[in-house]
Design a protein around this ligand. Structure first.
Ligand SMILES: [Fe+2]
Length: 187
């Protein structure tokens, strides 16, 4: 893949984000089409990215500015995340492979520390060229599971990721604040 495509995509995304009244959920098609050049992205683009400090080495930062970060990640089917938040919107495009993506709407007003009432806002299988969108806070709650081996994903985020997240237990309506870690592999 031509590495110059990264700056072109970043430029298109920033132009989109700066447009009046930008709302990620309403601009799904525009975000997806801006990211289309990354369909099929894999090792040849990964090699240009910046390695993240802690292993495993499955995500590289391929673009950074104070208003936009792009990550390229490779996953196996052992990768699934708990329900968590981001403190910002973001978009996840599958370059190849597939994921099961669920986003949640937060129904409570956040007044009760450690408690959250969530309902599913969107649930879909996201395949190559498609995106999952995480809405703005407080509805920036989501979960994902990689369902095909050799899945490659580009993550678009408008600001650095916070070190601590709200990690939710939807069955008890509670959350804990802690670092985000993948769930253990099922036995
Ligand atoms: Fe996330």
């Amino acid at each position: 893949m031509d590495k110059n495509v990264v700056c072109d995509v970043a430029h298109d995304l920033v132009t989109l984000f700066r447009s009046d009244g930008f709302e990620p959920l309403k601009r799904r098609d525009a975000i997806q089409s801006a990211l289309a050049p990354f369909i099929g992205a894999e090792e040849d683009l990964f090699q240009f990215g910046i390695r993240r400090p802690s292993p495993p080495d499955r995500t590289r930062t391929i673009f950074y500015s104070p208003e936009l970060i792009l990550f390229l990640s490779r996953f196996g089917t052992d990768y699934r995340l708990p329900v968590h938040n981001h403190q910002s919107w973001n978009a996840l495009m599958i370059c190849s492979g597939a994921m099961h993506f669920t986003s949640y709407r937060r129904l409570d007003n956040g007044d009760a520390s450690g408690r959250a009432k969530l309902e599913v806002a969107d649930e879909r299988i996201v395949k190559a060229g498609e995106i999952g969108i995480v809405d703005r806070p407080p509805h920036d709650v989501h979960q994902l599971e990689i369902i095909m081996k050799d899945t490659w994903m580009v993550t678009v985020a408008p600001c650095p990721e916070p070190a601590l997240r709200e990690i939710y237990d939807t069955s008890s309506g509670t959350y804990e604040i802690k670092p985000l870690s993948p769930l253990p592999v099922a036995a």
